[in-house]
Every structure is written in C-alpha cells, then in structure tokens.
Write a protein that binds this ligand. Structure first.
Ligand code: CTP
Length: 411
C-alpha cells in the first residue's frame, strides 16, 4: 500500500517515526509530507531515515516536483493519512484552502483520507472543531480517535493522538476495503463490551470488559468487506469506520438488538461480556443504607449466544470463553452446550484479557484447534477473522454441495 503520511505541527509529531515504522512493518511504502510547523517538533533527518524516502514539504520545490509532482503524488497514494492532524489542518481541509503541499494533495487525491487529530481538549471540544469534524465525516473522511487521557499541556481530556499501532491497524483496514475481502457480501453481527444491570437509579452491576476485542473484531470483519453490525455495551471507544453501531446498556437490550439484526446475518460473533445475572427488581428510588448487611436477589439474563445458535436457521456462530483455569475444558463444554461452530478461548488474569491491548487465544471447533500467541488485539482480530471466514466458507460449501455416498465394494 502506498501511503502519503502528512505530519502537521502538534507535539504528537514526535510519535511520527514510530508510526512510519509500524506502517512499513506491514509492507507499506510511506511518503512523508510535512508542514512547516511540523518541522518544529520532529526532524526531517529522523523521518527520512525511517521512511527511506526524501521528505516532501514545499509545494514550490522544483527538483522534487520534477521527480514526482504533487498531482502524481496525489494519484500515487492508496491512502492519505494525516497524523497528527491539528485543528488548523482540519479547518483548511473543510474550507478547501490549499496553501501548502499537504492540503493541495488532499484536494487533488481520490484516495481515502484519514485524520488522527491531536490537540488540547478545549480546542478539540471547541464548536468550530466539532463542526469541522462533522463536515469531514459527512464527506467520507475517516477520523481516527482522538483518544482521551493526560495531555502534553498537563490537562486531561479528549484530544490525544491514538497510539501509532492503533492508527497503523486502522489505516490498513481502510485500504483493504476494495472489493477483495474474504467476507465481501456477508453480514456479520458482533456483540462487544460489558452490560450494565441496574440496581437502583444510581447503581448497577457490570464487569471489566473494555470492548477492545469486540471492536477490533468488528473492524477486522469490515476490513474484509463484510457489512458489520456492532451491538455494543457501554464503552469509550469510537466506532470503527464503516461499521453500524447500536449502543445498548443491559443484557436484555443487547438480546433484543441482536435478534432485531440477526435474520440477515451470515456470521454472529459474541465478544460481549454479558452479565449472567441481573437484579430481580430495579428499585425506583436510591436504596438507603439501613442495616449492617444487605442482599440483592439476582435472576438469570437471557443467553444471547445460545439463543442465536438455537435459531432454526442459525448463522455461523462464534462464541468467546474467558477463563481463569482449565481453559480448553471449559471452552469445549461451552462449544457443545451452546451448539456453536467455533469458540475463541482465552486465559484472563495476569496481563492478558480484560482491558489490555494485547491478547492470546486458542480457537476450538469440533475436532480442531488453532493457537494464536500474544499479540496486539488488532492483529489478533485480523487473524481470528481470517480463520472464521475460512471455516464459514467451508461450512457453506458443505451445505450447498451435493453429498457423495461412497459404497465400498471390498467383498
Ligand atoms: N454470552 C451471551 N449472553 C449471555 C452470556 C454470555 O451471549 N447472557 C456469550 C458471550 O458473549 C461469550 C460466551 O457467551 O461469547 C461466554 O459464555 P458463558 O458461558 O456465558 O461464559 P461465562 O459468562 O464466563 O460463563 P461461566 O461463568 O459459566 O464461565
């Protein structure tokens, strides 16, 4: 993939060499285009060393233009990525102004454009920036992030550039959606995140799921050309590009939303950490502390995964089993009890599983198993979706091809 990587003048530009390295590790050719203010934060020498190509920055550089003009550069790109993208460059792209090489390329390219915004949280939340974001998204420009957390200015909020690994994974998924994916024409329904089971107006029962694995699966399935419907519990992750997200809170809402969309699904992947139990009654008023001990009666929540697998014509159904011990034994029990096609088993605890960026997994099916070592959730999700697609197509083949009966004639 040919990537034009635009770097604009924000402190997050210091992460650009790492981003280039991660894009190149995935096989991309990266042509860097810097703005004048980016040069205040990261050196041309470092970027040239990691990208292996001379840096472009000046629209009026006669020599560079003779080698590859800005129009040729705009055509060469399979993706134009701007990371970090300042509020200024967002505003320029919205207005169509093209005073420098990078914004000129943005006007002249027909390739997908992705921006990874990075700025102070007040600048990000400013109505001008938010209205620019909305316009850019309406025009089909992909906005990656930003993340939330502590910022270079010492404050905390939304506006941190996403980590280079996350940006690299997202960009590759944009590039794949060109009609050559393994799941082209299929519909995949994914559940993700935790559920919240209310106790009273201010309290609920939930769990540690961050939704990262389910979102990575949804993103990877979309990258393989699938129409993806993501039924998501409450998480703080932005919607993957091109994925239809339905936010829900409780297990019952997740059950209802899943069954609303399952009729058209070819594949169902249950990555959500659904509550097994919910309070039998939700108090209308806040419960006051009156006694030394207290109890809440719980009742079972509907099992979404088992209910989908039990449909008369179920989609290819994949579950997850997060276990702290006897991982394969418990996962195989779930595979057969819930009548699944596959189950993705993973050990939770230590530094794996819930709320981590890395995960390891074993995928189990009838008489089969494949292990995936610890990797970034985005990479693991890509491999898992490839394996699911392979088994899904094999199961379809088995359904549609005439069965041959071999008659032994030994006697
Ligand atoms: N699942 C579901 N609906 C539920 C509970 C779980 O769809 N009400 C799905 C999860 O998304 C996951 C799989 O079922 O794909 C997990 O199986 P489950 O047996 O429910 O796991 P645990 O809740 O961990 O069960 P246990 O406590 O028995 O290990």
């Amino acid at each position: 993939m040919n990537i034009v990587l635009g770097i604009t003048g924000g402190i997050a530009a210091y992460k650009a060499p790492d981003l280039v390295r991660r894009l190149r590790e995935r096989g991309a050719e990266v042509q860097i285009v810097m703005t004048a203010s980016a040069e205040e934060f990261v050196t041309e020498t470092a970027l040239q060393a990691v990208s292996g190509r001379p840096i472009r920055s000046n629209l009026w550089d006669k020599e560079a233009e003779a080698a590859m003009s800005h129009i040729e550069l705009a055509r060469w790109a399979d993706v134009v990525l701007i990371a970090p993208a300042t509020a200024e460059v967002m505003a320029r792209i919205v207005s169509g102004a093209a005073p420098d090489l990078l914004t000129t390329i943005c006007l002249a390219t027909e390739a997908p454009i992705a921006l990874a915004p990075a700025m102070n949280h007040v600048m990000w939340n400013n109505p001008a920036t938010q209205s620019n974001r909305e316009i850019l998204e309406k025009r089909g420009i992909h906005i990656l992030g930003p993340g939330t957390g502590s910022q270079a200015c010492g404050e905390t909020g939304a506006g941190r550039m996403l980590e280079p690994e996350t940006i690299a994974a997202a960009v590759f998924e944009l590039g794949v959606g060109k009609g050559e994916g393994l799941l082209e024409g299929s519909t995949v329904v994914v559940t993700a995140g935790p559920t919240r089971e209310p106790i009273d107006p201010v309290r609920y029962i939930t769990n540690r799921s961050s939704g990262k694995m389910g979102y990575a699966i949804a993103r990877a399935a979309a990258a393989q050309g699938a129409n993806v419907v993501l039924i998501s519990g409450p998480v703080s992750i932005s919607a993957p590009p091109g994925v239809e997200v339905h936010p829900v809170n409780t297990a019952q809402e997740m059950f209802d939303a899943t069954h609303q969309h399952i009729a058209n699904a070819d594949i169902f992947i249950a990555a959500a950490a659904v509550a097994d139990y919910r309070p039998a009654a939700v108090e209308k008023q806040k419960i006051k502390k009156k006694h030394e001990t207290s109890r809440i009666d719980l009742v079972r929540c509907p099992d979404i995964l088992a209910s989908v697998a039990a449909l008369p014509r179920p989609p290819f159904t994949v579950g997850f089993a997060a276990e702290t011990e006897k991982v394969e034994d418990y996962a195989r029990l779930k595979l057969s009890a819930k009548k699944l096609n596959m189950i993705i088993a993973n050990q939770v605890g230590d530094d794996l599983g819930f709320d981590h960026d890395d995960n390891a997994a074993s995928v189990l099916w009838n008489n089969g198993r494949k292990d995936f070592p610890k990797a970034a959730k985005s990479d693991l999700a890509r491999d898992l979706v490839e394996l699911i697609a392979e088994h899904f197509h094999a199961s379809r083949g088995a359904d549609t091809e005439p069965r041959l009966t071999v008659i032994s004639n030994k006697d």
